[in-house]
Design a protein around this ligand. Structure first.
Ligand SMILES: NC(=O)C1=CN([C@@H]2O[C@H](COP(=O)(O)OP(=O)(O)OC[C@H]3O[C@@H](n4cnc5c(N)ncnc54)[C@H](O)[C@@H]3O)[C@@H](O)[C@H]2O)C=CC1
Ligand SMILES: O=C(O)C(=O)COP(=O)(O)O
Length: 414
């Protein structure tokens, strides 16, 4: 079995936000038993208190990992986001401290797409308002503002994994699909690209957002864009809360220009189920508000638990960074019979030479070497045959200026 430079029972794993049982099972299968799981997110102060002793951290969308947290994370090897989005992590700070971050880029795609399809129908029939009324003993048997979705136009902003799934499902139900993306994308089915966001907004009966949270998408839908939407149309946001200016949306709904909205993500979301949710959209009858559950299905959470745990194991046991969102990608074979040294460094001239000198100076036979760099970061993996003073070598590697992280793995079979 692969041994780490640290025995596996000393590797402390902290999983937050109710990560699925599958993750625990997968980690246990990999020999990792020191796993603590909490049902909620931790705030920065709580993280700062705990992070110093954590080797592997698992989070979902609610835990914010700031530069300050990474600075205090002396033992942190890797982070797993058990979700798609990684905007809650300061990825640059993670790189600076030599920490690769993994996520699950597809496991909840279908869950979000299905929710959006359901919401399109609910919005176009005004179901939410009618249902609330009936719950209160009322009755509103009316066809006013109720439409079939067949033949209507769906505008998809962000034609990525989720946007394209929504596109296919919507077309299967007879909708016309238009999409807008900053990257040129292959149109699926009969979907057609729009040249601008404005064009998409002006032709759509329902607009659905599937972009990531980036500086360019912050408040991408504000007063001007809402005014550019067709009167009586609907907006769906199951992407990220910062993409929509909520105050502007509330105003556009109160004026009747935007008839309905289904919003799953908010600029400020409660840190736990016990905190009160505050929003200008509360009380607007045609707004379907959900607590960031687009990806919260049993299937998605189970798949994510397995997928991300496997990526964390691959990195911890083997050094493989395939799938990391902030790191050079290195796919590694099992290091049969060799001691493996892993060295993350700033990408500047001379470092590789110094790394090699650590080995050549000791007459060690290098069995294999893997290197991948990007403009700022280098990741080199060195497999060494024979007897090695691992601690001495790794200390020498750590002493090289520009080193961000160095560790070693004992031979896989000894
Ligand atoms: N509500 C929930 O529970 C969930 C929310 N999400 C969120 O959904 C979003 C989309 O996820 P995926 O489809 O997997 O991502 P993706 O990366 O596959 O697709 C995003 C698309 O947006 C495009 N894009 C980026 N910036 C843009 C801009 N300024 N204007 C137009 N298009 C732009 C990209 O080119 C890409 O095609 C992410 O923010 C993710 O965090 C994902 C899963 C669950
Ligand atoms: O996958 C994502 O990006 C999501 O937004 C889902 O986040 P969650 O795991 O439900 O906190």
């Amino acid at each position: 079995m692969t041994k780490l430079s640290l025995s596996k029972d000393k590797i402390n794993i902290l999983l937050l936000e109710g990560v699925h049982d599958n993750a625990i099972d997968e980690l246990a299968r990999g020999g990792y038993a020191s796993v603590e799981r909490l049902p909620r997110a931790l705030d920065e102060d709580e993280l700062l208190e705990r992070i110093g002793s954590v080797h592997i951290l698992g989070i979902r969308s609610r835990t914010h990992l700031t530069a300050k947290v990474f600075e205090e994370a002396a033992k942190l090897i890797t982070v797993g986001c058990f979700c798609i989005g990684t905007n809650q992590v300061d990825l640059k700070a993670a790189r600076r401290t030599g920490v690769p971050v993994f996520n699950a880029p597809y496991s909840n795609t279908r869950s979000v797409a299905e929710l959006v399809i359901g919401e399109i129908i609910m919005l176009m029939r005004g179901i939410f308002e009618k249902s609330q009324l009936v719950h209160g003993g009322g009755w509103m048997k009316s066809a006013k503002d109720s439409y079939e979705i067949r033949g209507k136009t769906l505008g998809i902003v962000g034609y990525g994994h989720i946007g394209t799934q929504v596109s296919i499902l919507a077309e299967a139900m007879g909708m016309q699909v238009r999409f807008y993306d900053v990257v040129r994308k292959l149109a699926l089915g009969n979907a057609r690209a729009c040249d601008s966001l404005e064009e998409l907004l002006s032709v759509s009966d329902v607009v659905t957002l599937h972009v990531p949270d980036t500086p360019q998408t912050r408040n991408m839908i504000g007063e001007r864009e809402l005014a550019a939407m067709k009167k009586g149309s609907h907006l769906i946001n199951a992407a990220r809360g910062q993409v929509v200016d909520i105050e502007a949306l509330a105003a556009a709904m109160n004026s009747g220009h935007v008839l309905g909205a289904a919003i799953d993500v908010f600029p400020v979301e409660p840190g736990s189920d016990k905190e009160e949710f505050q929003s200008a959209l509360r009380g607007i009858k045609t707004a379907i508000l959900t607590p960031h559950i687009g990806g919260s299905t049993m299937e998605a959470q189970a798949n994510i638990g397995t997928e991300v745990a496997q990526k964390l194991l691959e990195y911890s046991d083997n050094g493989s960074t395939v799938g990391a969102v902030n790191f050079p990608q290195v796919a590694l074979p099992v290091q049969a019979g060799c001691t493996r040294f892993l060295h993350v460094h700033e990408n500047r001239p001379g470092i590789l030479r110094k790394v090699n000198e650590v080995f050549s100076g000791r007459d060690l036979n290098i069995a294999a070497q893997y290197l991948q760099t990007d403009p700022e970061l280098g990741y080199v993996v060195v497999d060494v045959n024979g007897d090695v003073e691992e601690l001495e070598v790794v200390n020498d590697l750590r002493a090289i200026e520009g080193t961000l992280k160095a560790r070693f793995l004992f031979p896989a079979h000894q």
